[in-house]
Design a protein around this ligand. Structure first.
Ligand code: C2E
Ligand code: MG
Ligand code: MG
Ligand code: MG
Length: 291
């Protein structure tokens, strides 16, 4: 394929033109094949959304859920986002996939609420390409209108590195979303680089501490102090804190001591298909996570 060959030639550097080797051919063909398959998956509606509960530490109640996309492949089974989001981002297909996820998440949350379940906030991940579109806010507004979903139950997640790509545009977009009543979370906090002055300037409601800091919480004193510093910083800026990747009771105990607001992790539940989350919500009387 000529495009793929050009791509590799460019990648190899201007002064260092390389002939096509079989190994390169394999790799670019694989990418191309994945791109074509993603396109077909969009047409055939093969993307599904799982929901991972977010629990308020003080009460043990489910207060939200994060929408996490999966590709239900007809032959290969369930494919996790890590295996296709990067290519979707590179090719721009993420815009269509992301819109679909947002639409599905709003439709689902509306259905849960109409079905009489306790209302929760559903958080949807945004990719840079998607968020930095000029008409992104209009698209969100249209999806809310089409689905009848109230903006106050929608949270949008962006990463620090996304926010820093174009701070002016990010601030403008976030302010518009905030004005609509949507809340904003910073995902994977601590893994990217972000300026504290921007963090203060941007209208952010929630900071999600990346799971890499949560993992060694009980064994690594450095991680313990990083986590407590993030929590204090967030609270000083009037933001809530959710810890990602909480897997053990010990991690939870430390997070509670440090007044972390919420948790998301296998200790409570992994991502669930919609009907399983609904079942959890229906029986939710504040699951006891205090000991
Ligand atoms: P993320 O937004 O940071 O999502 C959290 C990831 O951590 C999820 O992986 C979740 O299954 C996993 N996780 C949750 N609790 C635990 C735990 O206790 N231990 C461990 N080891 N992992 C835990 P998943 O579903 O594979 O998603 C990976 C990433 O893919 C997400 O990271 C997000 O960056 C991206 N992603 C998922 N859905 C979408 C989407 O609709 N749009 C975009 N742009 N990105 C998405
Ligand atoms: Mg996320
Ligand atoms: Mg995260
Ligand atoms: Mg992530």
């Amino acid at each position: 394929n000529a495009d793929a060959a050009m791509y590799h030639a460019k990648e190899a550097g201007r002064n260092n033109f390389q002939f096509y080797t079989p190994a390169m051919n394999d790799k670019s063909l694989q990418r191309l094949e994945l791109e074509n398959n993603l396109r077909r998956a969009l047409e055939r509606d093969e993307f599904v959304v799982y929901y991972q509960p977010q629990v308020e530490i003080a009460t043990g109640k489910i207060i939200g859920a994060e929408a996490l996309v999966r590709w239900q492949h007809p032959h290969l089974g369930m494919i996790p986002p890590g295996q296709f989001i990067p290519v979707a981002e590179d090719t721009g297909l993420i815009i269509a996939i992301g819109e679909k996820v947002l639409r599905m998440a709003c439709t689902q949350n509306k259905a849960w609420q109409d079905g009489g379940l306790p209302p929760i906030r559903v958080a949807v991940n945004l990719s840079p390409r998607q968020f930095l579109q000029q008409n992104f806010v209009d698209k969100v507004a249209q999806i809310l209108k089409d689905t009848g979903m109230s903006p106050r139950w929608l949270e949008l997640e962006i990463t620090e590195s996304l926010a820093m790509k174009d701070v002016e545009l990010t601030e403008k977009t976030l302010l518009e979303l905030r004005r609509m009543g949507i809340t904003i979370a910073i995902d994977d906090f601590g893994t990217g680089y972000s300026s504290l002055s921007y963090l203060k300037r941007l209208p952010i409601d929630t900071i999600k501490i990346d799971r890499s800091f949560v993992w060694d919480l009980s064994t690594d004193p450095d991680d313990t102090s990083i986590v407590s510093t993030i929590i204090i910083l967030a609270h000083n800026l009037k933001m809530k804190v959710v810890a990602e990747g909480v897997e053990t009771q010990e991690q939870l105990n430390i997070l509670r001591q440090q007044h972390c607001d919420g948790l998301q992790g296998y200790l409570f539940s992994g991502p669930l298909p919609p009907d399983e989350l609904a079942r959890l919500l229906a029986g939710d009387t504040g699951i006891n996570i205090t000991h």
